[in-house]
Design a protein around this ligand. Structure first.
Ligand code: C5P
Length: 328
């Protein structure tokens, strides 16, 4: 990072012919206006857990119609991003297992913003990973949402929230959630959002076994129970439970556990171990492999997490947040 970049100004086409709407190249305009390389932005992107996940039906597009309650937590990645107008995308990542090429969701997020920010949009990004991948914690999706918001902030783009959510949904089903964070009901493939009563109390212990689970694998298993025969989530009742938590128990489950737990004994064992600590609630998050438990007292959560960490497992204490992305 740091070197000035060549500026490209998009030429206005003098050619005659039908008028076409041209996207203002905001990246090039910003570069032309500012005599200096723009200051890097520091983006913090939270993880999520699913407090509830029910699968309604298989869809024709290969996805599943779900009903889920997302909760953002303050286990977070840190991204430093420098926006450029040279159409180059460079990524450094502290986690060597994560690809830094076109497969990286931050790379795809920059490409997805070009129709609104201009074809010359480029970026140099340094991702400090604290959220484990293949864990159901939405780390990559949160990173992508952070980049969408950083491009808007950095180039002072006024993109309608619905439009940004649509762009986000092309990158991943839970990217729209991360644009908001907090406690949200997700329907459709997870992208149709309704804010819920925020979870104010509870300390999360997140533990990940030494196995990563690809989301498509979990959804392809025939072993989870479809929820269509059960009553759909009653929003008012669920909000009332959330508002009273931890005085009232969470009556939720993650339907994907039925597919993952039998196939991954390590996940089953960790869930059992967490439950034996008598938390207020314990569940797998998303398609796993991470599991979490919620405790009322922070010192108890710290003690439980420490015991898992001593065994060499990823274990972290986290609190619920009202937002998923912070940009400085
Ligand atoms: O949208 P995302 O890229 O996170 O989804 C990854 C994969 O997970 C999809 O390709 C699909 O196989 C599965 N999936 C699903 N139904 C959902 C969300 C994800 O079947 N609602």
């Amino acid at each position: 990072m740091g070197k000035p970049v060549p500026r490209i100004r998009e030429a206005v086409s003098p050619r005659p012919g039908p008028r076409v709407h041209r996207v203002r190249d905001a990246a090039a305009t910003a570069a032309a206006k500012s005599p200096h390389t723009p200051a890097p932005l520091h983006v913090t992107t939270c993880a999520k857990v699913n407090l509830s996940l029910e699968i309604i039906r298989r869809r024709e597009d290969g996805y599943h119609e779900i009903e889920t309650i997302f909760q953002s937590i303050d286990l977070a990645d840190a991204i430093e991003i420098e926006l450029t107008s040279d159409a180059r995308i460079e990524i450094e990542c502290t986690d060597a297992s994560i690809p830094t090429d076109e497969r990286n969701l931050c790379h795809r997020a920059i490409v997805a913003m070009r129709p609104v920010a201009g074809a010359s949009l480029g970026a140099r990004m340094r991702i400090e990973k604290r959220i484990p991948s293949g864990a159901g914690l939405g780390g990559g999706s949160g990173n992508a949402a952070g980049i969408l918001l950083a491009v808007c902030r950095g180039l002072r783009l006024d993109v309608a929230p619905e439009k940004l959510a649509r762009i986000g949904a092309t990158l991943g089903s839970d990217v729209p959630f991360f644009l908001h964070g907090g406690t949200m009901l997700g329907r459709g493939r997870g992208e149709l959002l309704t804010p819920m009563e925020p979870l104010k109390q509870g300390v999360f212990v997140v533990v990940k076994p030494d196995v990563s689970i690809p989301t498509p694998w979990a959804y392809a298993q025939p072993t989870f129970g479809l929820t269509s025969h059960r009553p759909r989530l009653n929003l008012r009742a669920a909000n009332s439970v959330l508002a009273r938590f931890p005085r009232s128990a969470l009556p939720f489950r993650n339907a994907l556990e039925a597919a993952v737990v039998p196939a991954f004994p390590a996940v089953a064992r960790l869930l059992e171990e967490l439950l034996s600590e008598q938390p207020c609630f314990a569940s797998m998050t998303g398609s796993g492999s991470a599991v979490y438990a919620i405790f009322t007292h922070e010192d108890r959560a710290v003690e439980v997490a420490r015991r898992f960490a001593q065994r060499g497992l990823f274990a972290s204490v986290a609190k619920p947040t009202r937002q998923a992305i912070e940009i400085r």
